[in-house]
Design a protein around this ligand. Structure first.
Ligand SMILES: Nc1ncnc2c1ncn2[C@@H]1O[C@H](COP(=O)(O)OP(=O)(O)OP(=O)(O)O)[C@@H](O)[C@H]1O
Ligand SMILES: [Mg+2]
Length: 289
């Protein structure tokens, strides 16, 4: 979606931590049912790049079993926020809590080891490898017995069987042959492999950065259905997207980034996509409730 306001690279004023206009859906507390259980929380994240301020004191809460959207104009700080949450960047200030415990990830691998799987927009799949090999990339299983022990012979059969089970568990029916090379798959199928891999190993939560940006209507719908399936399986998801219909069709709450700060958190149940875009661009401010 093309939007007009951008902080793109422009030096901004000194960091402050403006209280985001509050937030009918900040913790989902207004919703009926049991109180939300935070899985990931960020408080007061600040990240600067020289004179450029990426984040100016951002709070974020991801609750158990929910899909949290992150929207915002170009340069609003979405990627910086995600990078700080997943260890690709270290925030200058602020704290991050995973299941209530303070964490400080030194790298994306560090966050992976803590159960956070991130699917970046530039998909980290290896086209020349098959589906199963991609699923287990960096976590290859070796055969049991001496060949595995001595020569690290890969347990291809075992990995394919497990990859097949994972696809079935997620209801991915378009991928049948786990020995098919990823370069022969469609964009949507590749995205499905990346999301399935994240779901297989992301024990705590999954972050998807623009997963439908390069996809057609049908393929996008498959990825959205996959996200719904993850929610059914109680795995929380953070979804960054410029596509409002997608965000509003799958997300339980939507975090709106604007000029490096959180301009509000809204619920698609009570806020329309048009209103969210107005908040995102500064045309409208969220009124405290
Ligand atoms: N490595 C960096 N060095 C300098 N400035 C940076 C760096 N990374 C991000 N920024 C700046 O921080 C701000 C936030 O950038 P960020 O990439 O988080 O935006 P975004 O919301 O992801 O935008 P987009 O929708 O275009 O991906 C921008 O002003 C950007 O220019
Ligand atoms: Mg970005």
């Amino acid at each position: 979606m093309s939007t007009s306001v951008s902080s793109g690279g422009e030096p901004l004023a000194a960091p402050t931590a403006p209280a985001p206009a509050s937030l009918d859906a900040a913790g989902g507390a207004a919703a009926a049912g049991p109180p939300p259980v935070p899985v990931l929380e960020a408080r007061g994240l600040v990240k600067t790049f020289g004179h450029v301020i990426g984040l100016r004191g951002v709070d974020l809460t991801l609750n158990r079993g929910e899909v949290l959207g992150i929207i915002g104009d170009n340069g609003a700080g979405k990627s910086t926020l995600i990078k700080c949450l997943t260890g690709a960047l270290q925030p200058d200030r602020g704290e991050i809590l995973l299941e209530g415990r303070q964490v400080s990830f030194r790298s994306p691998l560090d966050s992976r080891q803590h159960g956070i799987e991130t699917v970046y927009q530039t998909l980290a799949v290896s086209p020349a490898l098959d589906i199963a090999a991609n699923m287990f990339l960096g976590r290859e299983r070796v055969s049991k017995g001496p060949l595995g022990l001595l020569f690290r012979k890969l347990d291809k059969r075992g990995m394919r069987a497990e990859a097949r089970q994972q696809m079935a568990r997620l209801g991915i029916t378009t991928l049948q042959d786990m020995s098919q090379r990823v370069e022969t798959l469609s964009g949507g199928q590749r995205q499905a492999v990346a999301v399935a891999r994240a779901a297989a190993f992301g024990s705590k939560l999954i972050v998807l950065d623009e997963p439908t940006a390069a996809l057609g209507v049908r393929e996008s719908e498959q990825v959205l259905e996959l996200i719904r399936e993850l929610r059914r399986q109680q795995l929380p998801v953070i979804l960054i997207s410029h596509n409002m219909p997608h965000v509003f069709s799958v997300c339980d709450r939507v975090h709106i980034q604007r000029l490096g700060a959180c301009a509000g958190v809204v619920s698609p149940a009570t806020t329309s996509a048009e209103e969210a875009v107005a908040i995102m661009t500064g045309a409208k401010q969220l009124v405290a409730q």
